[in-house]
Design a protein around this ligand. Sequence first.
Ligand SMILES: [Fe+2]
Length: 523
Amino acid sequence: MHPLARRAFLEKAAWAAAATSLPRWAWSNPLALGTNPFALGIASGDPTSDGVVLWTRLLPTGPGAAQAPMTVHWEVADDAGFRQIVRRGQAQALPEWGHSVHVELQGLQPARWYHYRFHAGDATSATGRTRTAPAIGDLPARLRIAFASCQRWEHGHYAAWRHVVADAPDLVLFLGDYIYEYASPKDASGLARVHTLRAAQTLADYRDRYALHKSDPLLQAAHAACPWSTTWDDHEVQNDYAGELGRDGDATAFNAMRLAGWQAFYEHMPLRAASLARGIGALQVYRSLTWGRLARLHLLDARQFRQWQACRKPGSSGAGGVQSDDCPALADPTRTLLGATQEQWLDQRLAEGAAALGQAAPHWSVIAQQTLFSPRHYPSGKHSTDTWDGYPAARGRLLQSLQHHPQRNTVLLGGDIHQNYVCKVLADPERDRSVVIASEFCGTSISSRSGTSQDKVDAVVRHNPHVLLARCEERGYGLADITPQRWTTTLRAVDDPLRPDSGAHTQARFVIQDGAPGPQRDL
Ligand SMILES: [Fe+2]
């Protein structure tokens, strides 16, 4: 770990050790905690063809337990009854890592489902199901991915996760805003629920915030159902932060908060130790997953390396929109969203996908990232500054990369905007007649409100022929059914976000045929 990151980390750890062992969010949540050390659930993630990461975070119970390491035993079995155990071991849950546990399994069979659980003292966790990816050279018949983002606690219950579990995906892609850092609004009208936590600033605050979200049984069930691969967006630290800069546009003041948020993110996600290779202060979030020859998924980090939003004033709570005439900085060709190193890394991954010949080429190249990639030309002439619209030169470089290294099929997935957008991705986003080179599904939120109206969204659709669908105030998730011949995205929306027992319905369905870029509406 970098010495500076280590020092900040130790300061945070000392702060946390001084905190009480009783979680402050316990009073925020009507769920009874009891003395179950596994009350925050279990998870698995980032599958390879021979392994997967197992995760839990123990809640220390009893006097002095918050400062003490705890030993946790884990088991992996072929069957839910744990009669055919294929791996077992133990790990230390350390207080300096919030008693989180990340177990990296290796040597498992490819394309297989497994069951896992943890033991600590007399307690046994829930049993989770997880799976490995297919062998590198194999072409599996199908892959089902659920993609989701944005689960603000107050704005809705997590019924969407119950429906995800019922849909039985192989993998969940979570594309950012796992937590929201805000205190609950004073006016609770129209909210599903509130909490009593203050706006998050310290490591203890962020740990409490993850604990609050992870106390939800529907979210826990979704983690236990299949492996997840997660990336982050802004609310894991602060609304619309950009690289080193927080709300005030000041790196020094923001640094401790960012480190705290990032450490808590690592502690609560099923991430590999490799993500810590350069320390918490340079957490490695962008990475690739391979699903045999069917799909290669590239998860991006569009927060850590981005420049300050164009023409955003320091002290503003969010990035907002600008008129391009009022903001020449928007057109600056050097502006970056991913940072030069990540851009080169993605270009290299795409080059590999293009160079793999014939049968060896991945059928589907998936770019899973935080926000809307395709442009939204507003009738008012405004541009969003926090999405790719605020970084048009960076978008142009990625489009060039895709044209220099043509993939067999490219699909972009996103989140952040709390609306469903389905788009044809054009080689030149400023020309309506430009050739279609990829497809985009930017998914709505699990629970967060959109903050706009369908009238305004409809106006965007009228001005943007590449936008095939745009819907707001529908919360849910996307389901991608992927076969060698076609990609099918089903947009699922919950009937009532304020009810944990809400039903769900299919809002729309789109299909992409192998070799024919651009989604076609199917339902
Ligand atoms: Fe969000």
